[in-house]
Design a protein around this ligand. Structure first.
Ligand code: ATR
Length: 273
């Protein structure tokens, strides 16, 4: 079997080994996929060692995505702009390539699960850290009518607006603080890490209306903290990050194997067990 793994710290709760094993079983690809906890100071060594021993590809998760991007010899266009890599492999010349499938994963899941295209829609995204930067390119490529980035630290949202200005095209792209959010969004995405501290981003309830599809990039069993808040404040529909997790994995699998697994059955399996 060809060897793949996800690298992170901590890693024991990662769902990637399960997801990729389900993909392998479904497609018949000879893929063996494990989890590796890299010591915080030894990410590069862990990666080089894995490929030196014949490993074929890695997924990278918290807190190493920027490091993966830094150590790569080459970056895909979408990874270059994202400033982070979640997928590593070697090209025919043995050079380490970083790609980023998070944004495509989010867009694919949002389009599929919410049943709407993003084109022309009004989008609000909460947060302006690495996770948000990683998905802005693929979101803008869908040509939403408007994209508002709201963050606790407004200057970080403004920096992202500047960074992605050339990709915005006709999309109205702007940065604001949480308390300046006023209503009417078709889709509101939570990309903050607030829930890791048991917090909610202190955004106005205008962020969610009965017509808003709410998408939390986080995934926790049951309803996420943010989606619970959204439902309590009248959101029409809430989705969590499980779909994004499976879709980004499918895109990585495709990069490595040239085969696209079916994601629906895998999502059902993870959701129900
Ligand atoms: P990640 O890789 O998860 O994006 P990050 O780059 O540290 O991690 O970014 C975390 C994001 O969550 C930021 O937008 C951060 O807001 P600031 O830029 O103001 O720091 C946001 N965030 C984290 N904890 C938060 C909290 N308790 N309330 C609101 N926003 C929070």
């Amino acid at each position: 079997n060809d060897l793949y793994a996800v690298v992170g710290n901590p890693i024991s709760h990662s769902k990637s080994p399960r997801i990729h094993s389900l993909f392998a079983a479904q497609t018949g690809e000879p893929v063996e996929y494990t989890a590796i906890q890299a010591p915080l100071e030894e990410f590069d060594e862990t990666v080089r060692d894995f490929f030196a021993k014949g490993g074929k590809g890695l997924n990278v998760t918290v807190p190493f995505k920027e490091q993966a991007w830094n150590m790569a010899d080459r970056r895909s266009e979408r990874a270059a702009k994202a400033g982070a890599g979640n997928t590593l492999y070697q090209d025919a010349d043995g050079r380490l390539v970083a790609d980023n499938t998070d944004g495509v994963g989010l867009v694919t899941d949002l389009t599929r699960s919410a049943g709407v295209s993003l084109a022309g829609k009004r989008l609000l995204i909460l947060g302006a850290g690495g996770a948000v930067r990683g998905v802005l390119g693929p979101i803008l490529a869908q040509r939403p009518g408007e994209l508002v980035i709201a963050n606790r630290t407004v200057s970080k949202a403004e920096a992202l607006v500047a960074l992605f200005a050339d990709e915005a095209g006709d999309t109205l792209l702007s940065a604001i603080g949480f308390t300046d959010v006023t209503g009417g969004f078709d889709i509101t995405i939570n990309g903050t890490s607030a829930s890791l501290q048991g917090d909610l981003p202190p955004v106005t309830t205008d962020a969610v209306t009965p017509a808003t599809v709410v998408y939390d990039m986080m995934y926790t069993p049951g309803v996420t903290t943010f989606n619970r808040w959204a439902l309590d404040n009248g959101a029409g529909k809430v989705l969590d990050g499980l779909g994004m997790l499976v879709e980004q994995a499918a895109e990585s699998f495709y990069i490595w194997r040239g085969v696209r697994p079916e994601t629906g059955p895998v999502m059902d399996e993870l959701r129900n067990n």
